[in-house]
Design a protein around this ligand. Structure first.
Ligand code: GRF
Length: 212
């Protein structure tokens, strides 16, 4: 693979983890749909080209997605990493980048798709929670799993405390998945994720905080 782009809407901590991971190919651009995304100055300071495709400047979701897709293709990206990109993508966009579009979601999918995952996990009384890196398919938060990491849900957890525990693992899981794809050790085959045999186990982890 030649290069990748990262799509953000806000803070960009997963973007930072990806850019800090020294992935084997270059990041062609960080693209944000929000001009005020906090991650943009950080990426620019690292010398990564930053681009704004502001969804408010387009008459429809479809028109925005076409412009976004054209920008990605202009950059020559063969992998698109969604990192806190808070826009629902059209089916046309997802099909355009099928097998090249990856997202990180803060739950163990298929549990808790959508927003407010940490609060939902606590409310449901689950004992493990975590994050999922997955290929994007037209149904929201439903695509084939690339990497999953589980963490415990502890009795005194608030949504914020649990989110912080999960986020630490997001920052490890996303670079692991991206590296696997970029190095050809993880592949999208007919809509399924195939890791090299000796790496299958590494794509699933249970990480309990050391202080517990
Ligand atoms: C992360 O929890 C990610 O899983 C979710 O949105 C959050 C984005 O955080 N999709 P950041 O912008 O990467 O810091």
């Amino acid at each position: 693979m030649k290069n990748y782009v990262i799509l953000i809407s806000g803070r960009g901590s997963n973007m930072q983890a990806l850019l800090n991971a020294n992935l084997p190919v270059r990041c062609a651009a960080v693209i944000s749909n929000r001009p005020d995304a906090a991650g943009l100055p950080w990426a620019a300071a690292r010398g990564v080209p930053t681009v704004i495709v502001d969804h408010k400047e387009y008459p429809s979701r479809e028109a925005f997605d076409v412009a976004l897709g054209d920008e990605i293709e202009r950059r020559g990206a063969d992998l698109v990493l969604l990192a806190g990109f808070m826009r629902i993508l059209t089916e046309a966009f997802v099909r355009r980048f099928a097998g090249r579009l990856v997202n990180i979601h803060p739950s163990l999918l298929p549990a808790f798709p959508g927003l407010h995952t940490h609060q939902s996990a606590i409310a449901a009384g689950v004992r493990v929670h975590g994050c999922t890196v997955h290929y994007v398919t037209p149904t929201l938060d439903c695509g084939p799993v690339i990497v999953q990491v589980a963490v415990p849900v502890l009795p005194d957890d608030t949504a914020e405390v649990l989110a912080a525990r999960v986020l630490v693992q997001e920052h490890l899981a996303y670079p692991q998945a991206a590296r696997g794809i970029l190095e050809g050790r993880c592949q999208w085959v007919a809509g399924h994720v195939v890791w090299q045999a000796d790496e299958t186990a590494a794509a699933a982890a249970l990480r309990v905080p050391a202080d517990r």
